[in-house]
Ligand binder design. Structure first.
Ligand code: TMP
Length: 205
């Protein structure tokens, strides 16, 4: 069986982890081998990069931020994602290049063409077969993601930033409707799962 690459995207606190766990279980029940991974931080190198990126108070300029996410991704795609796909597995990745387009491109207002060329270098031709965008108002998700505190370095950004990220994701989905499935993440967990399974089932099962 050929490998299949699914990415999950969305703003803060939209419930990606729960949906990823449920999708992985459903696919395994169908007999597929599934690798669940994430960015930033899905490798040893990525773990160190993640800590630089998310530690509150770290000063990281916007271009450096984009390049650090890109470095994490380049290493992750080559050492984790490509080998799993080559072995015929389904790879489910919590965030991928669309997060950089939305957070650094739209959120930090970096030049979209420059971000795209950095992403092309980082992913070396590997784009997801399917991207599930869990969409919700950041006013709801942020509260959940931050918990009692101010959140990590990115969560601590203001609403204007997170609104721009959300718009960025929706624009990406509109530009590539065949790759994206947009799911309204404000619905119940079970309703969201049903929509996720439907989107995957239409393409994979
Ligand atoms: P996580 O909380 O889903 O693990 O993601 C970590 C944070 O990093 C989250 O706030 C989104 C942000 N992020 C970017 O800004 N650009 C990226 O390319 C990725 C992968 C994540």
């Amino acid at each position: 069986m050929p490998g299949y690459f699914i990415s999950f995207e969305g703003g803060e606190g939209v419930g990606k982890s729960t949906q990823i766990a449920r999708l992985a279980a459903a696919l395994r029940a169908e007999g597929r081998e599934v690798v669940v991974t994430f960015e930033p931080g899905g490798t040893e190198l990525g773990h160190a990069v993640r800590s630089i990126l998310l530690t509150p108070g770290n000063h990281v300029t916007a271009r450096a931020e984009a390049l650090l996410y890109a470095a994490d991704r380049a290493h992750h795609v080559e050492t984790v994602i490509e080998p799993a796909l080559a072995a015929g597995k389904v790879v489910i990745c919590d965030r991928y290049a669309d997060s950089t387009f939305a957070y650094q491109g739209a959120g930090r207002a970096l030049d979209p063409a420059a971000v795209r060329s950095v992403m092309e270098f980082a992913v070396a031709g590997r784009w997801p077969d399917l991207t599930l965008l869990l969409d919700a108002d950041p006013r709801v998700g942020l509260r959940r993601a931050r918990g009692d505190g101010a959140g990590d370095r990115i969560e601590a950004e203001g609403l204007e930033f997170h609104d721009a990220v959300r718009r960025g994701f929706l624009d990406l989905a509109a530009a590539e409707p065949e790759r994206f499935a947009v799911v309204d993440a404000s619905h119940s967990l079970d309703e969201v799962t049903m929509q996720v399974l439907r989107a995957v089932g239409e393409r994979l099962l």
